[in-house]
Design a protein around this ligand. Structure first.
Ligand code: HXC
Length: 297
């Protein structure tokens, strides 16, 4: 049991996690349940969802429900959202977690491949957000939307171009709806986790054993390690709780400093020793002294 937050942090919350049958969504679900939430998992595969629901509901049996939904299909999303509202009650939060991605050279992508990724990430997040948001507004209820993005929304990323494009679009939705829906007490935020090991994504994003190829290598991360699902769950719970009602429109990176140390910065210097840094200091001091001396001439 996570002891950072009260076990009642999310009491009374009803939270939907899209793509909740696997990976990050599945891991976060259990933490939400442990902190008092009722959780609804959406995904395309019933058997996977049933297993995830059984696992996540262990701390509080009966608190996890699942629905087979393809978020790319608005009719399917809207009908299932309506069923949740009428059979369980209004949601209090939506976690847009469903994603699709694979590493490929962009020149080799087919239109179907592009669409498989963008329709899940971009259209799926819009469909789910829209279906919940219009109900919250009609019912005059507050709500909270949280989308799982990546730091590629700021930097772009080679070899995962459809994912980078689609996640940037969801970032734009986050900023736009934060403004449009603030008067309805609906908050819209996002998180951008760095690499966090989950079986499927890890396999997909590390297609070879060359560490420089995958998106998951830890030597480019100043913190020196990948993130954990517990850390992501803590941030998620904070954002979906009542702790920060004034926080909206933000995308919060949690990546051990990886993005800020990316290409074009001095990331390679993280492996230097104290002696190396001393030498750099002396060299740079000497250079600035010499420069000063030239200016005063
Ligand atoms: C090139 C590929 C391909 C590949 C599929 N396609 N895989 N092209 N390289 N590796 C092409 C197919 O040939 C087809 O095009 C088109 O994509 C659609 O493929 P389908 O298999 O029919 O689509 P679908 O069943 O919808 O599957 C979508 C999927 C699948 C993306 C391929 O992997 C999926 O559903 N994944 C969901 C989960 C997921 O990806 N999670 C990872 C998220 S990680 P043609 O033209 O041949 O018919 C993430 C960021 C992590 O988001 C960040 C870490 C730092």
């Amino acid at each position: 049991m996570n002891e950072i937050f009260s076990p009642k942090l999310l009491a009374g919350k009803r939270i939907l996690i899209t793509g909740g049958g696997t990976g990050l969504g599945r891991g976060v679900a259990r933490q939400l349940v442990e902190h008092g939430a009722e959780v609804h998992l959406w995904g395309r595969r019933e058997a996977v969802l049933a297993e995830a629901a059984a696992e996540a509901s262990e701390p509080h049996p009966g608190s996890v429900h699942y629905h087979t939904v393809d978020v790319r299909d608005y009719e399917n999303v809207d009908a299932t959202m309506g069923a949740i509202w009428s059979e369980h009650g209004p949601l209090t939060g939506v976690l847009n977690n469903a994603a699709a991605n694979f590493i490929a050279q962009t020149k080799d992508l087919s239109p179907r491949a592009f669409s498989a990724i963008t329709s899940t990430v971009m259209n799926g997040s819009f469909h789910t957000t829209h279906a919940a948001g219009k109900r919250w507004i009609a019912d005059e209820l507050p709500g909270s939307v949280l989308s799982t993005l990546t730091t590629w929304v700021w930097t772009g990323s080679a070899f995962v171009v459809p994912s980078a494009m689609a996640k940037a679009a969801v970032h734009s939705m986050t900023m736009s709806l934060a403004v449009e829906w603030a008067k309805h007490n609906i908050r819209v935020n996002a998180v951008a986790p760095g690499p966090i090991p989950t079986d499927y994504a890890w396999e997909m994003l590390n297609p070879t054993d060359k560490s420089s190829v995958g998106a998951t290598q830890t030597d480019s991360i100043p913190a020196g390690r990948a993130g954990t699902i517990e850390e992501l769950a803590n941030l998620t719970m904070f954002l979906l709780s009542d702790a920060c009602d004034y926080l909206t429109g933000q995308c919060i990176a949690m990546d051990g400093g990886q993005m800020l140390a990316g290409p074009g910065t001095f990331a390679g210097l993280t492996s230097l020793s104290d002696a190396d840094w001393q030498q750099i200091k002396e060299t740079s001091k000497a250079a600035s002294e010499s420069s000063k001396a030239q200016r005063s001439v």
